[in-house]
Design a protein around this ligand. Structure first.
Ligand code: SF4
Length: 317
């Protein structure tokens, strides 16, 4: 940070945050892990948007990607397995002034946290939800996750996963009140950063599935797309994720997709035209539960206590 900093909590007007103001501990993810790219993208967005570190919080559950809050010099909450979303909703309800980023994995969100996932989409509180999807439980050493592909060999299914995987995008597009649903890839920093930036600017819950490499356990699952860009379908639109023309040129398979069209979003999510990346769906008019849950925040404490006493007195015998 340069400029006059009078206090960590009260930076002087005109002070400027640099990348180092968002960098904390050295990341302990494996070399080549896609999580490093996401961390860099979020730190850049924080710097570019000049998000004050003391007004930013990263919330996570359990898993490799859930170490994210430790590597950001912001507030952070490393929660319980599957519980990142209700924690973030609690933060949003009490501190609507904060910028909230949620880091959750395919095991954390789509398995133990699946109930919270559905209702968080429906509640549509303003936050960026990053689903790090590497198709495996990495932290617990190669267990089948809900997004592991059929036949994928893991320590829990050494002869191959039995069930067909959940598709997090198709699932999210089926939840009432979804308001921003996007997909990106960790090996393309420009698209990754543009997608997360658009997610941050959305007024509501932005759900971003990030196809994330895990060189330790699922090294080759995205090779078909990493080695041949024509297997990727780039979704473009003036209301979608903006990428520079030079970046778009790198994707020979592209389509203009209007993100207000949910039927087409659902069709594209099936992947028949290629692995889709970009914005599937955006509804800026979706109801936001946080606009309701913050009502009364400014009421003086004494008045709140008196109101609770009045209610309890109604049960006196
Ligand atoms: Fe990343 Fe996989 Fe290593 Fe976990 S096990 S840190 S997901 S590469």
């Amino acid at each position: 940070m340069y400029g006059v900093k009078t206090d960590w909590f009260e930076p002087s007007p005109g002070c400027h945050y640099d990348l180092e103001d968002y960098e904390s501990l050295e990341a302990r993810w494996c070399p080549g892990c896609g999580d490093h790219a996401v961390l860099t993208a979020i730190q850049r967005i924080c710097r570019d948007e000049q998000l004050p570190p003391h007004e930013t919080v990263v919330v996570s559950g359990i898993g490799c990607s859930s170490r994210f809050p430790h590597y950001m010099k912001t507030y952070g909450f490393h929660g319980l397995h599957g519980r990142a979303l209700p924690l973030a909703e609690g933060v949003r309800s009490r501190r609507p002034d904060l910028n909230i980023f949620v880091a959750t994995g395919d095991g954390d969100c789509c398995s133990i946290g699946a109930g919270h996932w559905i209702h968080a989409i429906r509640y549509n509180m303003k936050m960026v939800v990053m689903l790090f999807d590497n198709n495996v439980y990495g932290l617990t050493k190669n267990q089948t996750s809900p997004t592991s592909s059929h036949g994928q060999r893991t320590n829990t299914h050494p002869r191959g996963a039995w069930l067909q995987p959940i598709d997090p995008i198709q699932t999210t597009l089926g939840i009432t009140n979804a308001s921003f649903v996007a997909q990106t890839i960790d090996w393309h920093p420009a698209h990754l950063t543009a997608t997360l930036r658009a997610a941050h600017k959305h007024d509501g819950l932005s759900f971003v599935r990030i196809l994330q490499r895990c060189p330790h356990y699922t090294d080759d699952i995205f090779d078909f797309a990493r080695n041949d860009a024509s297997k990727i379908l780039l979704m473009t639109h003036p209301d979608g994720v903006e990428v520079p023309a030079a970046v778009a040129k790198g994707f020979p398979n592209a389509t203009s997709h209007d993100p207000s069209n949910i039927d087409e979003a659902r069709r594209l999510a099936c992947g028949e035209d290629g692995l889709p990346i970009g914005l599937f769906y955006r509804n800026p008019d979706a109801q936001r539960y946080d606009l309701f849950s913050i009502e009364g925040l400014a009421t003086p404490r004494a008045e709140k206590i008196a109101a609770v006493r009045r209610v309890l007195d109604g049960y006196r015998v």
